[in-house]
Write a protein that binds this ligand. Structure first.
Ligand code: DOR
Ligand code: ZN
Length: 373
């Protein structure tokens, strides 16, 4: 336990900052309790170390299935959900929403059974070898059409890691090429399928989602609102800013920011918080992933405030996602306060260490807990 994952009002109280402002400044915001629509919790000791950072802030989270081996059966999804419940501090009211990992050979009946039985909330499409633990992913979208047709029929969302994997495609172009080569056709072939284009990073993805029907939405991470690709090379190689899809040029970040803060119901919060031990990041072949869970709401609040859109944070964080998924909005309320949060350089994780997003920086907003809790 530390102040970023302890139950209660979110850490030691400091005096609110006073500023000599001439315009009124919001110093406290009360929001409907948010959800995280894209999260990596891992398993075992790592799960126990990271889950309470999320459970502290979020009521629900869509949990990614890229374990080793991946979650591809109803039994595996139910067992993983139980391990998550067992790892959550009882002080928190937190519900994990489980996902099924699509493979070339997955049986549509298993997916349907998982959805109808309340175990799986969605399926995740990883193009094979696109990212961490995706070697069992889909090698050709045609192989999963029977599953996608079933999902369309039953109203089950498909969550897409939207990048091609071809070695000859520049890593910065892989999202845009995926739209051209795969996503456009898939959505045309399955016009009723609910699709979440996950962790979008480009102006191309924003335009695609905005021009698609209401059954196509996107999640946006805290880090893609904050960093462009320059952050990976600032004075040297910065492995803790390496994730997939990789951060793009500044003009893309600005367009993703515009979408997130636009108020459009098509865009909602999904951190893609993805913990890796420090040695796995600071390595000759470092893993992709940014661990943003400990500072998730604080980071989103920073971006939204910079865009003059704090009034739109609640829709993005707590309303658009559940409406898209067809789930009830959370009734609890939380508060965030303008009070400096100094982010540690490292956090302890089951005997190892993880570097959180914004490590060593001071953030202006601080999560202040569930109201009345
Ligand atoms: O940066 C990422 N990390 N992107 C992903 O798609 C997977 C994730 C992970 O599991 O580490
Ligand atoms: Zn992810």
């Amino acid at each position: 336990m530390n102040e970023l994952n302890a139950p209660g009002a979110g850490g030691a109280a400091g005096a609110p900052r006073t500023t000599s402002q001439t315009t009124p400044q919001t110093n406290r915001l009360v929001l409907r309790r948010p959800d995280d629509w894209h999260l990596h919790l891992r398993d075992g000791a790592m799960l126990k170390s990271v889950v309470n950072y999320t459970a502290r802030q979020f009521a629900r989270a869509i949990v990614m299935p890229n374990l080793v081996p991946p979650v591809t059966t109803v039994a595996a999804g139910a067992a993983y959900r139980q391990r998550i419940f067992d790892a959550v501090d009882p002080a928190y009211n937190f519900t994990p929403l489980m996902t099924c990992y699509l493979t070339d050979t997955l049986d549509p009946a298993e997916v349907e059974r998982g959805f109808e039985g309340g175990v799986f909330a969605a399926c995740k499409l990883y193009p094979a070898n696109a990212t961490t633990n995706s070697s069992a992913g889909v090698t050709d979208i045609a192989h999963v059409y029977p599953v996608l047709e079933t999902m369309q029929r039953i109203g089950m969302p498909l969550l897409v890691h939207g990048e091609v994997t071809d070695a000859d495609i520049d890593v910065f172009d892989r999202e845009a090429v995926f739209i051209e080569r795969t996503l456009s056709k898939m959505i045309a072939d399955l016009p009723g399928l609910k699709v979440v284009f996950e962790h979008i990073t480009t102006a191309d993805a924003v335009a695609f989602v905005e021009s698609a029907g209401p059954n196509v939405a996107a999640t946006i991470t805290a880090h893609h609102l904050e960093i462009s690709r320059n952050a990976m090379f600032e004075g040297g190689l910065r492995p803790h800013h390496y994730c997939l899809p990789v951060a793009k040029r500044e003009r893309h970040r600005l367009e993703v920011r515009r979408a997130a803060t636009s108020g459009s119901p098509k865009f909602f919060l999904g951190t893609d918080s993805a913990p890796h031990e420090v040695h796995a990041k600071e390595s000759a072949c470092g893993c992709a992933g940014i661990f943003s869970a400990p500072v998730a709401l604080e980071s989103y609040a920073k971006s939204f405030e910079e865009e003059g859109a704090l009034d739109r944070l609640e829709g993005f964080a707590a309303e658009h996602g559940p409406r898209f998924y067809g789930l009830p909005l959370n009734e609890e309320r939380i508060a965030i306060e303008r009070r400096a949060l100094d982010v540690p350089e490292r956090l302890e994780a089951g005997g190892a260490e993880i570097v959180p997003f914004h490590a060593g920086k001071s953030l202006e907003w601080r999560y202040a807990g569930v109201i009345g809790a």
